[in-house]
Design a protein around this ligand. Structure first.
Ligand SMILES: Cc1cc2nc3c(=O)[nH]c(=O)nc-3n(C[C@H](O)[C@H](O)[C@H](O)COP(=O)(O)OP(=O)(O)OC[C@H]3O[C@@H](n4cnc5c(N)ncnc54)[C@H](O)[C@@H]3O)c2cc1C
Ligand code: FES
Length: 280
């Protein structure tokens, strides 16, 4: 059995899956490694999402945070506790069962990113889907130009995927810059909002793409910095998350001006996104 990236938009049936690992990242975020039952394989693109369900509690869309290129046996979801479902997931243990449907959404257009400089901007939980993209790009490093990763969090203790970040910082083929809004000793990196990091972004603007995921408030300021660097509106990709139910373009919960973010998104170019007045 294979749940495939090409199959999104069709299937609403959850399949059984087992939690095979739990890694606590912060006081409210854990990464769950998940394996589909009966040897099933989830085939997906960076920044696609699944709908995770717990019997008798509900469902929630969650981005896949592992790389599409190293997820043969299991995949990873970084889940933040905010309400009923996410609280219940955090109470689960290795060996417990969940339901998975998807993958849904379009994901980042890797074919449009290939051969170009890539600027990746992650605010807070936005690093969850972007970790998938960063790992994908590192996996095929010679297919891209310069790779610059900007990461922002509220406080040092809120930074997600610290082990990955250490590896990325040690990797001479990518540039990583971190900032926190509020520093706490022994923090010795940047302090301030993520837009401050753009002074380190030096790319071939005519041949660069940007991928941005973070809290809605971040988008306008970040996009303005990227446009100042000379990138085209069509080369700036944003992931727009809205309340979603079905994930397959049926219920209308995620619809803005005729765009169904669960299918036509969540990744849109800034050129497309700025036409949706409510989106930015
Ligand atoms: C495409 C997509 C990808 C997502 N990826 C992730 C991910 O990788 N990790 C993760 O932890 N969460 C992710 N989310 C958000 C996640 O789906 C919600 O946090 C979850 O549905 C909350 O369910 P709950 O029952 O725990 O909380 P609820 O009881 O439903 O809600 C608790 C609080 O969270 C708010 N809330 C719920 N859903 C959203 C939402 N989509 N956007 C903003 N506020 C919301 C509610 O208004 C309420 O205030 C994603 C959402 C979308 C649409
Ligand atoms: S979530 Fe139902 S239409 Fe998009």
């Amino acid at each position: 059995m294979s749940l495939s990236a090409g199959g999104y938009g069709q299937n609403m049936l959850p399949v059984a899956a087992t939690i095979t690992g739990i890694d606590r990242l912060t006081d409210k975020d854990c990464v769950f490694s998940i394996r589909l039952s009966k040897g099933g394989i989830l085939r997906f693109r960076a920044s696609q999402f699944v709908i995770l369900s717990l019997f008798g509690i509900g469902e929630a869309p969650i981005s896949i945070s592992s790389s599409p290129l190293d997820s043969e046996k299991s995949f990873e979801l970084c889940i933040r506790v905010v309400g009923n479902l996410t609280r219940a997931v955090h109470r689960l243990s290795v060996g417990d069962k969940v339901g998975i449907r998807g993958p849904y959404g379009n994901g980042f257009p890797m074919e449009r990113i290939e051969g170009r400089d890539v600027v990746i901007v992650a605010g807070g939980l936005g690093l969850a889907p972007l970790r998938s993209l960063i790992r994908h790009v590192i996996h095929e490093r010679d297919r891209y130009g310069r790779v610059i990763v900007l990461i922002g969090a509220k406080r040092p203790q809120d930074i997600l995927f610290k082990e990955d970040i250490l590896l990325w910082e040690a990797n001479p083929s990518i540039e990583v810059h971190l900032t926190v809004d509020v520093a706490v000793p022994p923090w010795d990196k940047h302090v301030g909002v993520i837009t401050k990091l753009f002074r380190y972004v030096d790319v071939d603007s005519l041949n660069a793409v940007a991928a941005v995921v973070g809290p809605p408030i971040m988008y306008r300021f970040v996009v303005s910095e990227i446009l100042n660097k000379g990138l085209f509106e069509g080369n700036i990709y944003l992931s727009l998350e809205r309340r979603m139910r079905c994930g397959i373009g049926k219920c209308g919960h995620c619809q803005i001006n005729g765009i169904y973010l669960c299918q036509d998104g969540p990744v849109l170019s800034y050129m497309e996104a700025r036409k949706l007045k409510e989106a930015l």
